[in-house]
Design a protein around this ligand. Structure first.
Ligand code: ADP
Ligand code: MG
Length: 334
């Protein structure tokens, strides 16, 4: 059973950035407005995320890392939303099977914070002979999740990592995407013991300011936006995209479907084609696209390792988006 759990966990979480994605989603789901990430060795040694969300009840701590433990019942009932939301109640469980996991949390109602450590889905004692029960400690409302020694018990996975800086770059890219999308939430991400490195976005920053902080002024000054919706295909979208004055060596696509970061090769390809006639040869755009699609229209048969998402009437929806892109680009004088 334990081996099965470990294998399952290793399939869901292939790299530190995948664990972090789950942890950021949990923090945002908890209504946080401030999120701090600290990383050591590309996330393999340490991945820590602190939020100011609603916290976790002390009573829920013993089962927190059991598989399918979720407080998000509505989303769970709506099984068809699994495709976008990832597997329900599996993230913390998975992480506890392949790393040392410590949760420190305090709800508004609680007079103190509680710290719990987990291994293989269960509470574990910090030191042999000590109790595994959660311990009261001082702390502010919110939750801090600490993931240490990721893949310590999966040597093959550990060996697969070439460089910590590559993993850190992926982490910065993810935090940067989330920071652009999550208005009203402050983000910071840095290497352990190094305050200069990383991302920092204040809570009150507008979307243009968020893009400016993360991608620079040259881009932020050349943005256009549009909204589109279509009842028949059950979707709405909002986009901020680079105009024809801007071009980059590679396409940057920040894609969110129902507020989850996803990838879509189909959208990327069509958008690139649409830009083709507007940009100099070899030039590529920046595209931030937030799509809301009725959950039952999003493909449920996507394996968790694939961040790639499919949805009903993909071609029709992409065509509408690309029409908007074309319109927006034609309107701007170059
Ligand atoms: P899911 O997000 O699918 O419910 P997870 O394994 O990611 O499953 O998390 C399990 C549960 O732990 C969540 O449903 C939530 O109740 C709680 N939780 C996890 N992270 C946080 C957090 N940062 N703040 C508050 N609650 C959290
Ligand atoms: Mg989750």
């Amino acid at each position: 059973q334990d081996v099965v759990n470990k294998i399952a966990a290793g399939e869901i979480i292939v790299a530190p950035v995948h664990a972090l994605k789950e942890l950021i989603e949990n923090a945002v789901d908890a209504g946080s407005t401030a999120l701090e990430v600290v990383v050591k060795d590309g996330g393999l040694k340490l991945l820590q995320i602190k939020d100011n969300g609603h916290g976790i009840d002390k009573e829920d701590l013993p089962i927190l890392c059991e598989r399918f433990t979720t407080s998000k019942l509505k989303a769970f009932e709506d099984l068809s939303s699994i495709g976008t939301y990832g597997f329900r109640g599996e993230a913390l469980a998975s992480i506890s099977h392949i790393a040392h996991l410590t949760v420190t949390t305090r709800t508004k109602e609680s007079s103190c914070a509680w710290r719990a450590q987990y291994a293989d889905g269960k509470l574990t004692s910090p030191k042999p002979g000590q109790s595994a029960d959660p311990k009261p400690i001082a702390g502010q409302p919110g939750t801090q999740i600490t993931v240490e020694d990721l893949f310590y018990n999966v040597p093959s996975r550990r060996r697969a990592f070439r460089s910590a800086s590559e993993e850190y770059a992926k982490i910065l890219e993810l935090v940067g995407k989330c920071a652009v999308h999550c208005l009203g939430v402050s983000f910071s991400c840095k290497k352990h013991g190094d305050n200069s490195s990383g991302v920092s976005v204040p809570a009150n920053a507008s979307i243009i300011d968020r893009i400016r902080v993360i991608h620079g002024s040259a881009l932020a000054n050349e943005l256009v936006n549009f909204k589109a919706e279509n009842e028949r295909w059950g979707f709405k979208c909002e986009a901020w995209i680079s105009n024809a004055n801007y071009s980059s060596k590679k396409t940057t696509l920040l894609l969110f479907i129902n507020h989850r970061v996803v990838e879509s090769a189909a959208i990327k390809k069509s958008v690139e084609q649409t830009y083709g006639t507007f940009l100099p040869k070899g030039g590529h755009p920046f595209v931030y696209l937030s799509l809301d699609i009725e959950p039952q229209r999003v493909d449920v048969n996507v394996h968790p390792t694939k961040r790639e998402v499919h949805f009903l009437n993909e071609d029709e929806i992409i065509a509408i988006i690309c029409d908007e892109v074309r319109d927006s680009l034609s309107k701007v004088d170059t």
